[in-house]
Design a protein around this ligand. Structure first.
Ligand SMILES: Nc1ncnc2c1ncn2[C@@H]1O[C@H](COP(=O)(O)OP(=O)(O)O)[C@@H](O)[C@H]1O
Ligand SMILES: [Mg+2]
Length: 272
């Protein structure tokens, strides 16, 4: 689905260079549910911009569904983004002059979908996030949680194969955050690839794969499938036959992973 090979991104700031990404190699496969966690300034948003073809790297190569990004023109990249990727941002990024309906409709207009079909798709998406009755409301007439639900509807309306969310719950109260996460879980269940960027371990832990990033480098890449299945399943698999013949105590393993990630985050927070 997405393959990055030795990607670098350097921002020139006056006389100094900021190495926002410093040789990132990453393969995200179809139907994966991945979280990318790291402290503030670690390069998460820059990485999201690369995965989402919103920006071009300084160095390295990348492929989207087997097509090499650096060989595409800006227009081709824009089309690809529009067809394959649904974005969710921390600050919703809804257009304030447009209604919920019109916001969700926008990417479908870019895709050249005829009006009637568009209306069907918009309503289906808004129904899915439970906001059909608010379709004529402007963002300012909606709560933060509702605005983020509109942005989820916008992301999913065009049936993208990849949902990319940058701190999707960062601006929300905990109840709205849980609702948004549930929607992302549902989208994954439906067969979408979901990538969540976050600095929150509780969010990251919900994914099947947890990638940590620090100073523009990937510092760990953890399979979280067994852990995510819940404590009962973890115990079950620890007692039962383990595929690899390992008898590792998976619960201890989970705890260790959590501590490992937590340390990564806390270290940095202390340093900042
Ligand atoms: N447009 C930009 N111009 C200059 N520096 C930038 C720009 N965007 C990000 N950076 C720098 O790159 C580093 C990574 O930023 P970012 O990807 O936004 O991190 P995160 O999302 O993890 O907080 C930071 O040091 C940041 O200051
Ligand atoms: Mg960021």
């Amino acid at each position: 689905m997405i393959k990055l090979e030795n990607i670098t991104k350097i921002y020139h700031m006056g006389d100094s260079d900021v190495h926002a990404l410093d040789g990132v190699t990453l393969h995200i496969k179809p139907h994966e549910f991945v979280s990318i966690i790291g402290p503030s300034g670690s390069g998460k948003s820059t990485l999201m911009n690369m995965i989402g073809c919103l920006d071009v790297p300084t160095g390295g190569r990348y492929w989207i569904d087997g097509v090499e990004g650096s060989k595409m023109t800006d227009n081709q990249l824009a089309d690809l983004r529009n067809q394959k990727i649904g974005f969710i941002f921390q600050q919703y990024n809804l257009l304030s002059k447009l209604t919920a309906f019109e916001n969700v409709e926008l990417p479908l207009i870019y895709r050249g979908i005829p009006a009637e079909e568009r209306a069907e798709m918009v309503k289906k998406a808004l129904l899915r996030v439970g906001l059909l009755e608010k379709m004529n409301h402007k963002p300012t007439e909606l709560s933060g949680g509702q605005q983020q639900r509109v942005s989820v509807a916008r992301a999913l309306s065009a049936n993208p194969s990849l949902i990319l969310a940058d701190e999707p719950t960062g601006a929300l109260d905990s109840k709205s955050g849980i609702e948004i996460m549930q929607m992302l879980h549902d989208l994954h269940e439906d067969g979408n690839t979901v990538v969540i960027i976050t600095h929150d371990l509780n969010i990251a832990k919900q994914a099947e794969r947890i990638i940590t990033i620090r100073d523009g480098k990937i510092t760990s890449d953890i399979d979280n499938k067994a852990d995510r299945a819940g404590a009962n399943n973890i115990k079950g698999s620890a007692i039962g036959d383990n595929e690899n013949g390992k008898t590792a105590d998976l619960e201890a393993d989970l705890k260790e992973k959590e501590e490992f990630i937590q340390n990564l985050i806390e270290d940095k927070e202390v340093a900042e």
